[in-house]
Write a protein that binds this ligand. Sequence first.
Ligand SMILES: [Zn+2]
Length: 437
Amino acid sequence: MLISNNRQLDVLSDAQAELCALAGRRPSPDFYAAKLARVWGRAANATAYTDLPPWSTAAFRALPPTTRTDLKADPWSYVAVGWQRTAKYYETTGTSGQVTPTPRTVEDIVYNAISVAQAWRGVLADDDRVAILLPSDVVPVADLVVSVSEYLGLPHARLYPFAVGIADYGRVIDLWRTLRPTAVFLAPGVAVQLTRFLKQRNQFDDLRASVRTMMLLGEVSTEALRARLGSWWTAKVYDASYGSTETGTLAATCHRARLHLLTGANYFELATPAGTIEPLRTGARGRLVVTPLNLHARPLLRLDTGDEVALEADCPCGNPAPVITVGGRSTDVLRVHEVPLTIRAVEDLVYGATRATGYLVETDPAGRYVRLLLERDVRAERGSEPGEIDALQETSARELGLRWDVVSFVNSLPSTTKAGGSQKSWKRSNIRVVEPT
Ligand SMILES: [Zn+2]
C-alpha cells in the first residue's frame, strides 16, 4: 500500500477519517445515500451500466441485480477506468476455470485494506509478527494481508510454500525459526499440510510455540476444522474473512471469532426466495446482494453473490454490524444415496468423530456409492481406528441419515486435498467422482 504522492495521501486520509468515524456505529441512511450516488456515477462509466438512469434511491431500488453470470460473461464491460488509473492488476480463476481480470485503483486498495484492518485490529496485537503463507503472484490474497500488516505497523513476511524456485516447506521452516511468527495467515488445506510436515520431522512442538493466532482464508473453513487446528497448535483459529475478488472483503472476524459484515464499506441487501430484494434484518436469511461503496476500477451495483447467508443477533464483542453465517452455494452440495452433503456436514463428522487429519469422498456419477477415505495422523495409533469408524458411521446415520459404503484410513491423501491457496472449491479438492466397478 505504497503512497507516493499527495493525491494518494488524500485518499488515505479520507478513507481513514471516513472508516474510523464509522467504527462501532451503524452507518446512517444519509451516509449510504451519498456513497451510493457516487458509486452510481462511477458505474455509469462502464459499458455494462451505460443505460443507467440518473441517480435516485427509487432508481437504485428499481435496478435489477447484477448476477455473477453477467459479470463473468463479460468482465471487462464492468471496468470503469483505463490503465492510467490502474495501480495493480490481478487475475483470478474461478471454479469454472474462467479467468476474471481484476484491475485495482489506489482507492480500491486503500479503502479495502483500512476497512479490514479496523476489523482485525481486535484480533491482532501490537506486538504480533505476521507470517503470510498465501500466494503473492497473480491473485490478490497475500497483498491484502500485507497492506493490513503495513497499515497496522506489524512486521511481516510472505512465505508461500509453493513458490517454485523460491520457497518450499524447508525454506519456510528456516525463515520461521528466525521470525518466530505469532500470527499466521494461510489456507486451511495448507495449515493441515504444514502441521503434518512438521510432525513428520519432529519439529512441530518447537515451531508452534510462538504462534498465538491462526487466520484462515482463501478457502472455506468449517468450525470443526478450526477447532482441530486450534487444539493441535494451541492457538486461537479464526475464519479471517469472507468476500470475493470481484467485490473486495465483505465480512471480517472479530475477537469472538464471528464474521461481521463490513457495513461501512458495503451496502447490503438480501434476495428472498420470493424474488424480492429487501434490506437487512436480524434473523433473516437469503442470498446476499452487495453494492461495494468504494470500488473505482470495477464498480458493481446490487451484485447478487449467490451465497446463502443467515443474519444473527448481536455479538458480545460490541460491534453492532450484523454477524453472518455463510451457507455456501447450492452448487456446493453433493447428493449421495439421496442425502445432500455439505462441507460442514462432512467435516463435522470427520473432525468430530475421528482423529483424521484430512479426508477424501469418493462417489460414482449417480451418487449410489460413497466411500470416505480418512488420512491418519502422523504416528497415529492404529488400534483405535475401528472404533473411530464405528463412531463416525453411527453419527452419520443419526445426524444425516447416511450410511457410508466404505470408511477406511489411509497413510496419506493426494496433495490436491490440501495444496490450496486460491479460492478452490470443495468439490474439486475433497471429492472424487470414480467410475463404478
Ligand atoms: Zn463480534
